[in-house]
Design a protein around this ligand. Structure first.
Ligand code: DQA
Length: 149
């Protein structure tokens, strides 16, 4: 069975109440349920984590990447400056997808740059909680393509 690692970065534990006009009213728990429903439909399993700390996110990537075929990551504000998280993704050699609820390219200038982007296969940004569901389909497709090689 394919495993997908899902990591939610800082402040995403507050989804539902955090700036709902930007991030919507769906809670993190509801997002994780939606992710798992799609993954299971296709015979995969999603392993979901949330952390507010950069070091812990890196530790999760190191530890869990051994057991997964793909990583889905919303690095939160770390998107814009964490070279350490980008390096961790490159180091583990597991394909990764970057996800954002908001369209980071339509927001403040400092949010329009992702230092994570060069380390991932692709980015999904701007579809609210549905961004995660799109990311699961992308992950399943990456896994299927790799199996067929
Ligand atoms: C975010 C966008 C980031 O700029 C912000 O710091 C977040 C959430 C998003 O999902 O839209 O925490 O990653």
């Amino acid at each position: 069975m394919a495993n997908i690692l899902v990591i939610h970065g800082p402040n995403l534990n507050l989804l539902g109440i955090r700036e709902p006009e930007i991030y919507g009213r769906t809670t993190l728990e509801e997002i994780n349920t939606g992710i798992n429903n799609i993954a299971r439909q296709y015979g995969a399993e999603a392993i979901c984590f949330q952390s507010n700390s950069e070091g812990e996110i890196i530790n999760i990537i190191h530890r869990e990447s051994k057991n997964v075929e793909c990583i889905i990551l919303n690095p939160g504000a770390y998107t814009h400056y964490s070279i350490a998280i980008a390096d961790a993704i490159k180091a583990v050699n597991v394909p990764a997808i970057e996800v954002h609820l908001s369209n980071i390219f339509g927001r403040e200038e400092f949010r329009q740059r992702s230092v994570i982007a060069p380390a991932v296969v692709g980015q999904i940004s701007g579809f609210g909680s549905f961004s995660y569901q799109l990311a699961v389909y992308a992950a399943l497709n990456i896994i299927k393509e790799r199996e067929n090689k």
